[in-house]
Design a protein around this ligand. Structure first.
Ligand SMILES: [Fe+2]
Length: 302
């Protein structure tokens, strides 16, 4: 099973990738690139059953190569099946603010005619306000609107690579605050969450992050959670962040995924951002999300 290796930088610097997998040759799965810059459509996986170690390794390497994996051939997974599959990639993350009406490890994504918000409607990485933001997220959409409800994903390696060397050198020296009070306070009140007396996480992270698997640098600021560049004047921070957000949200870094019933997206939350469109009101869209624990972001100069 072979594919064209679209991301030689990953292959060249990855520390733990076997040569064949890093070249895009997998033993247990098939992958078709979704675009030239981000996304792979995977077949050959049965998520209802325990999967062999070789397939876990294939999927880890596919994620490193493609940054977001799409699956269109799964049945509707039970919460237990989705949790068991996600645990192949690490311990699971508990959302700091979301409703936990099914299982603490399942975040129910549900938008309908009475909803006040759409989860993830602006560009963001999931929960970057945490000291250790999630490694990745696995979302299955069970009920789709007749049309619309696409999710856009963007490649933050490509966004960083497109900057000038001068800008890259400046950003390598910077850290930024990621906060969540302005996002999470009261956000889930219509789903029964009472956050009275609750405090929400914030963290300082490098603006350029080294991916722990690929060894590559990627941009790590997002419009939702990143509030200020540390040690800059407010006006300087506002101007530079505005430039970076506009830069990284350009379409040449993106794939737009059209969900079908029971489609699954598994994204690497360390090197991507995403945006969920809410263009289908008053129709309903529903699914289950499971999120995998990550490490503290770091920047390493090679
Ligand atoms: Fe999200």
């Amino acid at each position: 099973m072979a594919e064209k290796n679209i991301n030689k930088g990953v292959a060249g610097r990855a520390q733990n990738l076997s040569n064949s997998r890093a070249q895009g040759v997998y033993e247990t799965i098939d992958i078709k690139p979704a675009t030239a810059v981000i996304g792979g459509i995977v077949s050959g996986v049965d998520m209802t059953q325990p999967i062999p170690d070789a397939q876990v390794q294939d999927l880890n390497h596919a994620l490193a190569n493609h940054n977001v994996l799409f699956f269109r051939d799964q049945p509707e997974l039970t919460p237990e099946q989705q949790i068991a599959f996600a645990r192949n990639f690490g311990d699971l993350h508990i959302h700091p603010a979301g409703p936990q009406d099914l299982n603490p490890e399942i975040f129910v994504i549900h938008t309908h005619k009475d909803s006040k918000i759409n989860n993830g409607g602006g560009w963001h990485t999931d929960v970057s306000c945490d000291e250790k933001p999630p490694l990745g997220t696995m979302l299955q959409i069970h009920k789709t609107p007749e049309a619309g409800g696409d999710t856009l994903f963007a490649n933050m390696y490509a966004a960083f690579d497109a900057l000038s060397d001068t800008m890259k050198d400046l950003l390598r020296t910077c850290t930024a605050m990621h906060e969540s009070e302005h996002i999470y306070r009261g956000r889930y009140s219509d789903r029964g969450v009472d956050d009275t007396g609750k405090s929400f996480p914030s963290a300082e992270h490098p603006v350029v992050r080294t991916h722990p698997v690929s060894g590559r640098e990627c941009l790590y600021v997002n419009r939702a959670f990143t509030t200020k560049l540390v040690d800059f004047e407010q006006a300087e921070s506002d101007a530079l962040l505005k430039f970076l957000f506009t830069h990284l949200e350009q379409p040449q870094f993106q794939v737009r995924f059209q969900w079908e019933e029971n489609s699954i997206a598994f994204w690497d939350n360390r090197c991507t951002q995403h945006l969920a469109l809410w263009d289908y009101w008053p129709e309903e869209r529903k699914g289950n999300r499971v999120t995998i624990n990550g490490e503290r972001p770091f920047h390493q100069i090679n």
